[in-house]
Design a protein around this ligand. Structure first.
Ligand code: NAP
Length: 253
């Protein structure tokens, strides 16, 4: 068995969208994968797909912003799949509004899931990575980190994740752990479908309009991000740390 087959990955927000594609990709890459999301039942289709393809996966229900839930979830993963040495902080929500209409609840909800969630998950898994002498952390940021109208909360959280990533790279490098961020552009998921609905547009029309603004003339798909994660958690990426990889079909948001 190769060293990589013995490794366990946790992907948060993995019941659907980018997280589900990433969980399936990492299983294909030989990792045992904890498919973590708010609702354990919602993880079942992803787990079933992985196991049907011959992989190993575990559904884990947890709110990444809840300290005790994170502690329990990581302990369950370590006990049932093995010490987690790969973490993909992907769970996320949006609560878009212009600044003058943004409530404190909208601000807190978004920063809590993205920032507090990534912090709690990272803190809980780093001890397994340090004791193994190997680890990979990938935080899912966004092109919105560069600023996006109506997303003061989300863009602040996604920019914050980039600083968090660089600090983890500095602190954990000596333990064989790399930390990187991926900043996706527009990816076709329920999250962007909800944005289309909020704008009163059909999703297909929204996709067409956005695609025309992207240099490669198409919008992104969850697999585009999963492939980038696959590289960053691989052995081959061991000298890449503290970076932000924009996966957006071009150089700009
Ligand atoms: P999605 O389809 O909405 O999926 C997000 C998943 O995260 C959902 O399954 C959701 O569960 C889960 N989640 C939310 N809050 C959670 C919490 N507190 N604890 C655990 N799980 C939680 O979103 P996506 O488009 O795949 O996005 C995935 C990540 O990529 C997010 O961080 C997002 O900000 C980022 N991103 C997306 C895009 C894009 O264009 N789609 C672009 C840039 C960055 P529920 O279904 O139960 O809410």
């Amino acid at each position: 068995m190769s060293a990589q087959l013995e490794r366990t990955a946790i992907v948060t927000g993995a019941a659907r969208g980018i997280g589900a594609a990433t969980a399936k990709q990492l299983a294909q890459d030989g990792f045992a994968v904890a498919v973590l999301d708010l609702d354990e039942q919602a993880c079942a289709p992803v787990v079933d797909e992985i196991t049907a393809a011959g992989g190993q996966a575990l559904a884990v229900g947890a709110d990444v912003s809840d300290e005790q839930a994170v502690t329990d979830a990581v302990a369950a993963v370590a006990g049932r799949l093995g010490d987690p040495t790969v973490l993909v902080n992907n769970a996320g929500i949006t609560r878009d509004n212009l600044l003058h209409k943004m409530s404190v609840d909208d601000w807190d909800a978004v920063t809590k899931v993205h920032l507090r969630g990534a912090f709690l998950m990272g803190r809980a898994v780093q001890k397994f990575m340090a004791s193994t002498g190997w680890g990979r952390i990938v935080n899912i940021s966004s092109t919105s980190a560069l600023g996006n109208r109506g997303q003061a909360n989300y863009s602040a959280a996604k920019a914050g994740l980039q600083g968090f990533t660089k600090t983890l790279a500095l602190e954990l490098g000596r333990f064989g752990v790399t930390a990187n961020a991926i900043a996706p552009g527009f990816i076709e998921t329920d999250m962007t479908a909800a944005t289309a609905a909020r704008l009163g547009m059909e999703f297909e029309d929204f996709i067409d309009a956005v695609a025309g603004q992207i240099p490669v003339q198409r919008t992104g798909r969850p697999d585009d991000i999963a492939h980038a994660v696959s590289y960053l958690v691989s052995e081959r990426a061991g000298f890449v740390s503290g970076q932000v990889l924009y996966v957006a079909g071009g150089p700009h948001a």
